[in-house]
Design a protein around this ligand. Structure first.
Ligand SMILES: [Zn+2]
Length: 186
């Protein structure tokens, strides 16, 4: 792996190296210099990734764990509508001291570079067959037009009758009562 001291995902570890028990937390944001992913949805170049990272000094190296949040964009795999949706991943990996452990990641001098770790976690969690909504009816095989799923109905009508029942409940009770009901159930 190439060492890139100035990469956007590089974090300093100088003050905790070889001090087991020491811990540092970093919250930062990276604007992607290139797109991530090769599928029909990707995290675009220029998209921001929010990171919440914990670095723990352990005997073998630096244990890196945290979460990364971003948005992916692309098209629905069924109807080709443009979609944007959030992606959130958790990651944890040991960055070992050079020569100490067989590992994919190493502490490099006085820093760790999280780019590969975070990119792989996000790319692997992108949906392989993304849809604009769980019950997207897709395209009409004859006309190529987007199916509405409920011929003749107004476009604002929900497709599944169970949703309309749910919506009525929410409308009547309001949000506060809805929360109270949830509490009773649990
Ligand atoms: Zn769709």
């Amino acid at each position: 792996m190439k060492s890139r001291v100035n990469g956007p995902f590089v974090l300093p570890v100088r003050d905790i190296v070889r001090k087991p028990g020491e811990m540092r937390e970093h919250r930062f944001q990276v604007t992607l210099p290139e797109k991530w992913g090769e599928g029909i949805v990707v995290v675009e170049e220029g998209e921001t990734v929010d990171l919440d990272v914990r670095l723990e000094s352990v005997h073998e190296g630096i244990l890196v764990s945290g979460t990364a949040d971003s948005d992916y964009t692309g098209v629905c795999g069924r109807c080709l509508t443009d979609i944007t949706a959030p992606v959130e991943v958790e990651f944890q990996e040991l960055f070992a001291y050079p020569g100490e452990e067989e590992t994919d990641f190493e502490v490099q001098d006085d820093h760790v570079d999280l780019e590969t770790l975070v990119r792989d976690a996000i790319v692997l969690s992108l949906p392989f067959q993304p849809v604009c909504q769980p019950d997207c009816p897709g395209l009409d095989p004859n006309t190529g037009e987007k199916l509405t799923g409920s011929a003749g109905a107004e476009s604002t009508a929900p497709i599944d009758p169970r949703w309309s029942a749910l919506r009525q409940i929410t409308d009547q009770d309001g949000e506060a009562d809805g929360r109270a009901a949830e509490k009773e159930e649990s």
